[in-house]
Write a new protein. Structure first.
Length: 317
């Protein structure tokens, strides 16, 4: 079931950091990603992904202040800025992988149908999962895609606004929003990059451009997809590795922004097993209003974020 999460202490009078003067809104723009360095407790380093006042994507490093409860808004380091041709499909997720590198999800640049074919263009960061070494940038980590932008780890994505790593296996799970017909979940084995997930040649498992006869050679197709009868915008989640609900161990939870439904499956030996819908178990009272994200705490327990303004913790009944 879902229970509204309560903070362990009273809300502080001042925000941790205020970046509002440098960020554009609204719609799909704003502060889109946040990742703390794996050694944040000792070094105070963290990273944000936002759209600047020109609408472009910026990924920068910031630092915690001496008192620990606040951070300076001053940029410590700007890794890159990417011009966005349209205001939607910015992606925005940031996460450190088990290899210690920072992964960045960027959408295809927006509009509809990827008019610039950014998903398949290896010379742009748009429509990609990027992978950077925050200590050696711009030197690319070994294993990134060769022959194009050096930050690319995987490509052929439309809007991978939420992805995550299984903390037990290191496998990468990507929720990629579809165009007209299908939403998809992609899974990459730990440490294996270079995948072409197909967009805009394909929307999930179906040809998109061209609408028939597309060449699927070398493409990595989704492990799960669903159509508009189920929802209209997938929200990627996490593999449960907590201890409070033993029956969920190893199960990947994800949802849909439009229908507020929650689904799950297990990824075992390279195949999807035991698909279940969990909506009635987790949210029988329809508390979620716009399922915008999932969260994971230090103990592996999971949270659900509602655009209605609440954060819910997944708990045993």
């Amino acid at each position: 079931m879902l229970r509204r999460a309560r903070p362990p202490r009273a809300r502080l009078p001042q925000p941790f950091v205020d970046l509002s003067e440098r960020i554009s809104c609204c719609g799909e723009r704003g502060l889109l990603g946040l990742a703390f360095h794996p050694s944040y407790a000792s070094n105070g380093r963290f990273f944000v992904n936002y759209t600047n006042t020109d609408g472009g994507t910026e990924v920068v490093e910031l630092a915690r202040s001496a008192n620990g409860d606040q951070a300076s808004p001053d940029t410590v380091r700007r890794f890159f800025t990417v011009a966005q041709p349209f205001p939607n499909h910015n992606g925005g997720m940031l996460a450190f992988g088990p290899d210690g590198y920072l992964y960045v999800g960027l959408g295809d640049g927006g509009a509809g149908g990827d008019p610039q074919n950014n998903g398949q263009d290896l010379d742009t960061k748009l429509g990609k999962i990027l992978r950077i070494d925050v200590d050696a940038y711009p030197t690319a980590p070994p294993g990134n895609v060769a022959g194009g932008d050096p930050d690319i780890w995987a490509y052929g994505l439309r809007n991978p606004w939420r992805f995550s790593f299984d903390r037990a296996t290191g496998d990468l799970y990507i929720g990629d929003v579809g165009q007209n017909l299908l939403e998809e979940i992609d899974v990459a084995p730990a440490g294996q990059g270079g995948q072409n997930y197909g967009w805009r040649l394909m929307e999930a498992s179906q040809c998109f451009q061209p609408p028939v006869g597309c060449d699927q050679t070398g493409l990595t197709l989704p492990v799960v997809e669903y159509d508009r009868a189920v929802g209209c915008s997938v929200t990627g989640g996490y593999v449960y590795r907590g201890t409070a609900i033993g029956g969920l161990d190893g199960r990947y939870l994800y949802g849909d922004y439009c229908s507020n439904r929650v689904f799950s499956f297990r990824w075992v030996d390279g195949a999807v097993r035991d698909q279940l819908e969990l909506t009635d178990d987790l949210d029988p009272d329809s508390q979620i209003q716009g399922l915008t994200s999932f969260g994971e705490d230090a103990g592996g327990e999971l949270y659900v974020v509602s655009q209605g303004g609440s954060v819910f913790r997944v708990e045993a009944e």
